[in-house]
Design a protein around this ligand. Structure first.
Ligand SMILES: [Mn+2]
Length: 333
């Protein structure tokens, strides 16, 4: 890892402590953030199978149903929506900047969270360090990159399935090696490929399998493009009526529309997407097209967060109000 010595010491100490937790414990709970994305999914499932492979009792829980976009990995049946066990030696919380992001479980099972050591593995800016152990690297491309470093010393227990899940998270969070890269991202990737990660399968299902009705919805968004500040800000709004027109549930629309389509428009500084959820909330995503723009500032205005280049939030504000905030927030760094 290419960190300064002091940081490196701190990170390695934390890694050793977490390896101790794994060695000594027998019962574990693994979680990612609600509305799980590729990195949260890849990291929590990889850790789940790794711990299982060591002969531990492990449970993986997510408060949202897993999107069909992830079914090709063939592991979604393992995920519980409720927590079944009662006594855990540790809870691993992956890809969450704050504990609240695990969703309903905090209120549902307060005792579990109060009495169990938490291992927080994450790469989000402004991570709240809520864990008993915090393995945080905001320079990392993904939680899967950090987890790959953590498990590297025990390579013999990284199966092809685990390597594929880790690579899946890296590919999804870097948008197929386009963003948030550093030399270590490629070093880790090289290692995962050597451990038989199924690269082609991930690419085929993530980037070469777009359904026609989804492409038509992208067409609608482009036809009705919202452009602000002389086309330096571009984006779209998709209401429930439009989702229904194209036969697409909001929760199943992946990041391609904003990552591949809206963020590729020449002349724009950043792109946004506003989606109306089934419960009537508005889900916001922001992507900077190039360096020098911090879109997480807009997300934070709405109580959300993320990274400089890629951020999101939920809000009940009207579309007009949202557009006003997007236009008025100074995102230049
Ligand atoms: Mn992530």
């Amino acid at each position: 890892m290419l960190l300064k010595y002091t940081e490196m010491d701190k990170t390695q100490q934390e890694m050793q402590k977490i390896q101790e937790v794994i060695k000594k414990g027998q019962n574990f709970l693994v979680m990612g953030h609600r509305n799980v994305d590729g990195d949260a999914y890849g990291s929590s499932m990889a850790l789940y199978f790794y711990l299982q492979g060591l002969g531990k009792t492990v449970e993986v829980a997510n408060s949202f149903p897993i999107t069909p976009l992830f079914y090709f990995l063939g592991v979604h049946d393992e995920v519980h929506t409720e927590i079944i066990g009662k006594n855990f030696d540790a809870i691993f919380v992956c890809d969450c900047g704050e504990l609240a992001l695990v969703g309903k479980y905090l209120e549902q099972y307060p005792d579990i969270f109060r009495n169990t050591p938490i291992v927080n593995i994450d790469h989000h800016n402004g991570n709240k360090m809520f864990g008993t152990y915090n393995l945080i690297d905001t320079e990392a491309s993904s939680t899967c990159e950090i987890l790959s470093d953590l498990l590297e010393s025990d390579e013999k227990n990284i199966t092809s399935k685990i390597a594929t899940l880790l690579l899946f998270g890296i590919i999804r969070d870097t948008n197929c090696f386009k963003n948030s890269l550093r030399p270590n991202t490629f070093a880790v990737t090289s290692n995962l490929l050597a451990l038989s990660a199924e690269y082609e399968k991930i690419i085929f299902h993530s980037y070469k399998s777009e359904k026609l009705n989804y492409l038509k919805l992208y067409g609608y968004v482009l036809e009705n493009l919202i452009s602000l500040k002389w086309d330096t800000i571009v984006g779209g709004y998709v209401s429930q009526t439009i989702f229904e027109r194209y036969g697409i549930p909001e929760s199943e629309l992946g990041p391609q529309l904003i990552n591949e389509v809206l963020s590729s428009i020449e002349g724009a500084d950043f792109a946004f997407l506003i989606k109306e959820t089934e419960s009537g909330e508005r889900k916001l995503s922001f992507r900077a097209r190039r360096d020098g723009f911090d879109v997480s500032r807009i997300a934070r205005h709405f109580g959300g967060g993320g990274h400089i280049q890629s951020a999101g939030a939920y809000t009940s504000e009207s579309v007009e109000e949202i557009l006003k905030v997007i236009e008025e927030t100074d995102v230049r760094m």
